[in-house]
Design a protein around this ligand. Structure first.
Ligand SMILES: [Zn+2]
Length: 194
């Protein structure tokens, strides 16, 4: 199995359940490599969600009931995804109002562990699951490694496994080399103009 949206860019998914958030953010239509928006139509959105939930369930070892989307859910989920991506881009600004609130229950298990449980139905349940994963990634410190590709025409989400967290391209060959070539040509043009 693989993450249905992220696999379109590469197989480097974020660890554990955070990959669900990455996959949701990767449902966008990118121009390079060209991909479709997986949330643009209800059938595609439901197919994406079913696959992504099954993957999440397998990776986290958590059973998950199906979540059914209707057209309203699809629109809201698309809006939630786009807000997530915007928040990611403006991560340095702290003057933004809160974007979304999700209902989450804390459950005490028999072994003494406390587990967050998403509540609600439809898109709200998907958003709750994503926000739980983001919260946990922020607590464990891996959140800053989930990044948006610096290529404006791509903006795929990738998980940076570099030692010093310095990666900026989802794939150096696809986006990094092209950008380096553009910079090189621009330098050459500047040189020949002088
Ligand atoms: Zn890229």
């Amino acid at each position: 199995m693989s993450w249905p949206a992220t696999v379109r860019y590469n197989k480097e998914s974020a660890p554990a359940g955070l990959a669900f958030v990455q996959d949701l953010m990767n449902t966008i239509a990118a121009r390079k490599p060209r991909t479709d928006d997986l949330l643009a139509d209800l059938g595609d959105a439901q197919a994406w969600l079913d696959l992504a939930l099954a993957e999440w369930s397998q990776i986290t070892g958590t059973p998950v009931g199906g979540i059914e989307l209707d057209e309203h859910d699809r629109e809201e989920l698309l809006g939630f995804r786009d807000d997530l991506r915007r928040a990611m881009r403006q991560a340095s600004s702290d003057a933004l109002p809160p974007l979304h609130t999700a209902a989450i229950a804390l459950q005490l298990d028999g072994d003494g562990h406390v587990r967050p449980e998403p509540r609600g139905t439809g898109w709200r349940r998907v958003a709750a699951l994503a926000l739980i994963e983001i919260f946990q990634a922020q607590q464990t410190g891996i959140w800053p490694r989930l990044k948006m590709c610096r290529n404006d025409r791509c903006t795929a989400m990738f998980f940076d496994r570099s030692r010093n967290n310095s990666g900026v391209w989802h794939d150096v060959k696809v986006c990094g080399n092209a950008a380096n070539l553009r910079a090189y040509r621009a330098r050459q043009r500047a040189q020949s103009a002088t």
